[in-house]
Design a protein around this ligand. Sequence first.
Ligand code: CO8
Length: 260
Amino acid sequence: MSYENLLFEVKEKVGWLTINRPAKLNALNRQTLKEISDALEAVKRDENIRVLAITGAGEKAFIAGADIEDLAALSPSEAYLYTRWGQEIVSSIENLGKPVIAAVNGYALGGGCELALACHIRVASKTARFGQPEINLGILPGWGGTQRLSRLVGKNIALEYLLTGKMIDAEEAYRIGLVNNLAEPSDLQNTVQTLANLIASKAPISVRCILDSVNYGLNAPLHEALALEASLFTVTRSTEDSQEGLTAFLQKRSPAWKGK
Ligand code: CO8
């Protein structure tokens, strides 16, 4: 598939989706959002891709937010529909059914921070800067930022950043648990590829069930989440791969996964 504002390549079993509008700091306009949505569908269907990594083109930005020119032209009813559409696309990252890692190579602001928040893991370059500056535009983060940032770093810390619009540098992002890990800018892609390869080497159905257990379980009361976990445990235990994994351990050899 060819895109106007995205680059896509597969390295080993890892898909790399690069937002490619560097002259606009990879801001998300309608065309880019549509292409992200199409690319996610393609990744979901492609059995050769086990993990998706998302990054931004150029050295300056991951994604500097929704395209402000687009936002300025919206009527109130269009704004509602645009917010909901963006939320659906961002949520489809969280619900892709495959692990998604944000390789945050620079500014991750507004909708760019929100997109990173919907990824399952975030690795940032030491030069990355996060933030929800919507307050400075007289709006609010409408692609999940008020919810996912609060759930990830806690209500008090999230509110400080949401209410001030202050940028969060990479060290601070690491300190508050917004990112999993930091890398030197020149080493970011390798770091993410290594992490993604490690996940891609695991039993595929276990990977999927762990994602589902955490994703859906965290939004449920604990007793329901534990019941879900037990059901998914039983799903994994019914796979050929679980028989292989348990046997391989006992035979002191590496397992060979089939994804069955
Ligand atoms: N939208 C459109 N264009 C942008 C954006 C953006 N979000 N960010 C940067 N650009 C453009 C600039 O306009 C400029 O274009 P041009 O060269 O044509 O003038 C180019 O990118 C380079 O940017 P700067 O010259 O500003 O670069 P600096 O290094 O001086 O500054 C900053 C970098 C600090 C990142 C600065 O560009 C900035 O503040 N950008 C805006 C950040 C922002 O406010 N993001 C939040 C946007 S709102 C949002 O994301 C809401 C999400 C929910 C939407 C709900 C839908 C209804």
